[in-house]
Write a protein that binds this ligand. Structure first.
Ligand SMILES: *Cc1c(COP(=O)(O)O)cnc(C)c1O
Length: 426
């Protein structure tokens, strides 16, 4: 590996670059904190997925929840990917970014009537339904709107993806999908519905998966069901295996590649003859992004050293929520190293980016880059502590583009001001 983190984030003369721009230059113009994305990293990853799956009829649906910035979505749309959505809001963004409806699939255990009707009107490729009740409601709503809707049933193959429990979704005890043993009965009922066209099968076993074997197990189990359905005359069109491929959070991590996934699953899916759908999120955008933050204060307590930065868990929740590791680099390389807790300004003990981490001996006003923050970073951010959400910047070669402005205080209070004023006058 090159010095730094990757081909896209590397040191040149002790300065951390993103593609061909020193990050310090962007930071001094945009202010901190901000999310920074390498367009080339995204394009290369798209290419890798496309090449890996080109031998088989495959639709790659980027999972919007990993990062739904409109400019990021547009990159995927321009490269002919489809989209995996989990809410009406993501559907709204999908249409803004120009995704055609016949490339949109919609998962989620709690789709509201409003969201279902919205997606029925948009005529999306497939509702990935997660319960019997959802099928009943979809049928009623479709009837009311005088439409037919296409569905796939999300089955739960009861496979352990060997990842963090909060992002394991394919075990029987999880809230997702329909148990694979019950799915046959649900299919039988679904095909009788007047306004429903049953076209697929779906499974998604979890996220940040670092081994291929759980996929093989899940896809084999699901393929068995496809054959049983066939025997009963229930013919499907596609086989959606979800997303979940892990990424490098530590420099030494070695996640499976799209090629590894393709080699393992295509032979199984081929036996069913169905079109393949995959839904990668994290692995398309995660390593392409970093969170850039500035050191506010340093302090020592006993033998503990704290580096306090201007970004926190409201910007990047993963360390607090999953105890996740993110590699952190100094934007300007230092000779000396220290061991420190790198913490945010938020009034929560969980508000840290790293604990007892060996890191460059940064000083007040220096910048740090929290790596592999492109996925589940900005998309999980909040206004906790009334902190404006961070800006977002896209780098392409030696140019950079502000793709999301930093929120300001008036933006945050806008939806509360009128209410407060009217309460006072009453
Ligand atoms: C979150 C999610 C994905 C994407 O998962 P990644 O780990 O980001 O690849 C795909 N499909 C469904 C149904 C999801 O909920």
């Amino acid at each position: 590996m090159e010095e730094g983190f990757s081909r896209y984030f590397y040191y040149r003369e002790n300065q951390l670059f993103c593609e061909n721009i020193p990050i310090k230059e962007i930071a001094s113009k945009v202010g901190t904190p901000f999310y920074l994305y390498s367009k080339q990293a995204i394009l290369d990853r798209i290419d890798q997925y496309k090449k890996a799956f080109e031998e088989y009829n495959t639709l790659i649906c980027y999972a919007a929840k990993a990062n739904s910035n409109l400019s990021i979505l547009k990159i995927f749309e321009e490269n002919d990917l489809g989209l995996d959505i989990v809410s009406g809001g993501e559907l709204y963004k999908a249409k803004k970014a120009g995704f055609p409806s016949n490339k949109i699939v919609y998962a989620g255990v709690g789709k509201t009537d409003f969201e279902l009707e919205y997606a029925i009107r948009e005529n999306i490729l497939s509702f990935n339904v997660e319960s019997e009740m959802e099928i009943d409601v979809l049928d009623e709503l479709a009837e009311k709107l005088n439409k037919t809707v296409r569905i796939s049933i999300r089955v739960n193959p009861d496979v352990d993806p060997k990842t963090h429990p909060y992002i394991s979704t394919g075990l029987r005890k999880s809230k997702f999908g329909i148990d694979i043993d019950e799915a046959l009965n649900v299919y039988r009922k679904a095909v009788k519905k007047k306004n429903i066209d049953v076209i697929g099968i779906h499974c998604h076993i979890g996220s940040q998966i670092m081994e291929i074997s759980p996929y093989v197990e899940a896809v084999e189990k699901t393929a068995e069901l496809v054959f049983r359905l066939k025997k009963e005359g229930i013919e499907l069109q596609h086989f959606d295996i979800g997303g979940g491929i892990g990424i490098r959070y530590r420099p030494e991590d070695n996640p499976p590649t799209p090629e590894d996934l393709a080699k393992a699953v295509i032979p199984i899916v081929r036996t069913t003859g169905l079109r393949l759908i995959i839904e990668p999120g994290r692995s398309l955008i995660g390593e392409a992004g970093a969170l850039i933050t500035q050191v506010v204060f340093l302090k020592n307590k006993g033998d503990k050293h704290f580096i306090i930065v201007d970004s926190g868990m409201n910007d990047l929740l993963r360390p607090a929520m999953y105890n996740a590791y993110h590699h952190i680099l100094s934007v300007e390389k230092k000779e000396r190293k220290v061991v420190a807790d790198i913490v945010g300004p938020i009034c929560e003990t969980g508000d840290f980016f790293a604990l007892d981490r060996e890191i460059d001996d940064v000083q007040r006003k220096d910048y740090l880059a929290v790596m592999s923050a492109g996925a589940y970073g900005s998309s999980m951010s909040s206004n906790y502590n009334v902190r404006p959400r961070a800006a977002e910047v896209l780098v392409s070669d030696n140019s950079f583009y502000l793709i999301k402005e930093r929120e300001d205080y008036s933006y945050i209070t806008k939806l509360e001001e009128d209410a407060m004023a009217s309460l006072i006058t009453e």
